[in-house]
Design a protein around this ligand. Sequence first.
Ligand code: AMP
Length: 568
Amino acid sequence: MSNTNERTFADLGLRRELLDALTTLGYEEPTPIQAESIPHLLAGRDLLGQAATGTGKTASFALPILERLRSDGREDEPTALILVPTRELAMQVSEAVHKYGRELGARVVPIYGGQPISRQLQALRRGVDVVIATPGRAVDHIRRGTLPLESIGIVVLDEADEMLDMGFAEDLDAILDATPAQRQTVLFSATMPSRIEKMARRHLDDPVNVRIARETAEPGEAPKVRQLAYVVPRSHKPAALGRILDVEAPTAAIVFCRTRHEVDQLTETLNGRGYRAEALHGGMGQEARDRVMGRVRTGSAELLIATDVAARGLDIDQLTHVVNYDVPSAPEAYVHRIGRVGRAGREGVAITLAEPREHRLVENIARVTGQPIAVEKVPTIADLRNRRMELTLATLRESLLDDDLDRYRTIVETLTDEFDLVEIALAAVKLAHEAAGGDQDETEIPEISLRPRRAEGRDERSKGAKHGKDGKRPKDRSGKGEKGERLSKGDAVRLYFPIGRAARVRPGDLVGAIAGETSLSGRDIGAIEITEKFSLVEVPARSVDEVISAMKRTTIKGKKVAPRRERF
Ligand code: AMP
């Protein structure tokens, strides 16, 4: 583990109100990207950071922004502007800034396409400290004169590579050029293609470079354990974990969560599912922790739900499984966690639950550890039923071989006067099955695939804007045309969206809606054609169903857009 990981939020020099907010949220220590970035940002430096979703990058820039808010005599004009690629991310970042800045009374306004502009105008007029905007909508507001930029002291470009891929390069240049020259500028991107470097050279002033260490864990350093990952939307995680545990049947497992709250909630949920789960986090006194460890060591608890901080230095002999309820924020943390199983030649299993957008972290971990992580399907209801039936069968078989069953003979003999022997057996099996938990858990968990690793050489591919801003395909379609580059012909399916230029739809709206609501990112989406009345969007064949069903639940420019496969 790097030293930066041992630092506390107080060490980073954050004000009391922010430290209180972080404690309330159950954060125990800064993630590596936070420990590295926050001191530089507090010192006023520009920063170029390489970090993907799941590393804690949002707090890396949100906390320094909030640190600068004046407590009194506040102006009504915004002092910070955060630019993000999608509506979804705008809402997410805005919630995060609001959470961290609650005690400071921070006024946060997200502005994005798809929401009536009048509501945003009202919010901006009421006074605002931090604006989180998608580039297209920010430009609209700047043109109308409704987003004042004179007081902006810091601009953040979040997921800059996604924004460039969505064709927002010109918008970003225009916005940055319209903000005060002496502003602080922060650019976060999951990848660093040359276009991002160029952008950084143009708009950042002597930036600090921060990236979460890639090569800190030597390949092969991780112990040889069976490594699995499951892709699960956040809302389905507790149910998915329950199912995975049912199928894996660990003797003892440690489940790592990011925050104290998550630890407490998950412990409760798993106890509700019939597990003997114990919580362990930094908010507990030493005595309480010792009691918990005692119960785990004697086997009276089978699951230990813990934060990294609380579990540091723990060594539990009988552990068979390590579960990452969230993808760890850096590969070193992953290696450290899974090092608790698979020791001394014993078998170990490491399970990681990843949200669809966290694919990069999982890929990075596999690369750093030099070991594959198999992406498995969450057991379905049918898998679970089969597994439970198998368990009932095994229990009955054991009982038939070992138990003294003679004292139940009278019951069976009495019943045989009225019923067939097989029927009696069936009723007894049913009771045994139900007593062991039966078939609960009837909600199906949607199947989502983790995006496959893209081929190398992406820098080259992402050079030109992918979707023309006018909605036309890029002009250069010669040779390795862009369709062939990202989506090979056989893989791409065109979807028809019943919305077009008449509704002022732009490529960014379509890409933003799809990237925001599905596991796809801007890069997975191919050519887009927008006509007066409808639009055609290329998506990977494997994701067609996911896109159609997600788009049925959403709106673009306030309109229902239910897409369908293009008909010829
Ligand atoms: P991000 O990479 O910014 O999308 O953050 C990923 C998740 O980690 C979010 O759910 C945050 O609430 C959470 N998070 C961020 N920083 C910390 C921290 N220091 N400790 C625990 N959780 C965190």
